[in-house]
Design a binder for this molecule. Sequence first.
Ligand SMILES: *Cc1c(COP(=O)(O)O)cnc(C)c1O
Length: 219
Amino acid sequence: MSIAQNLQKILAELPEHVTLVAVSKTKPIEDILEAYQAGQRIFGENKVQEMTDKWQQLPKDIQWHMIGHLQTNKVKYLMPYIQLIHGVDSIKLLQEINRQAVRWRKQINCLLQVHIAQEDTKFGFDATEIEKLLHSEEFKSFQNIQVRGFMGMATFTDDPTQIKAEFTSLKNIFDQYQNLNLPNFKAQILSMGMSGDYALAIECGSNMVRIGSSIFGSR
Ligand SMILES: *Cc1c(COP(=O)(O)O)cnc(C)c1O
């Protein structure tokens, strides 16, 4: 099947309220253009340099999402064009995003990455750290950041029971913050689910899925 066909098939399966981020990391410009011509506008990348190169070459109505681990020294390169940073996993990173956003006089949309997997290789805050952060004075000072919700990745396992438990723990955090409205925080987006587990993620309450290999083929 072609990229366009893969895309149509996935879009047909997604409920209306679920946003698709087409994960194009490692894939060439031509592949992204094929998805673009099929109507896709939101693309996700996990490396700053690669995403910036693609942004320069591709149509400017593409919305670029940073889905990978972001180093503080790379934040500045995203400022001209970034639509949403999914993997915000430390206060240090929030400080740098805010600092750059102030310089650029922009509001930068972010998701807080929550550590839900049992593996310790995956980045993110835990529930207690989120609680502390969102109620801190420092968080209020991040006036050029808009935290729009949460992102998480389940453990890489075949066990759907475990994946479901992890997604559910993130959904519970998302629900818990529905009533917290700060000038720079509103829990609207719950980014969870990849090619292997997006159906389960949606069942558990995801409203944004990040799908790569099921659209573009394996990497
Ligand atoms: C690569 C990646 C994806 C997409 O993975 P697929 O299995 O190819 O769908 C989603 N989220 C993150 C954070 C990724 O790094």
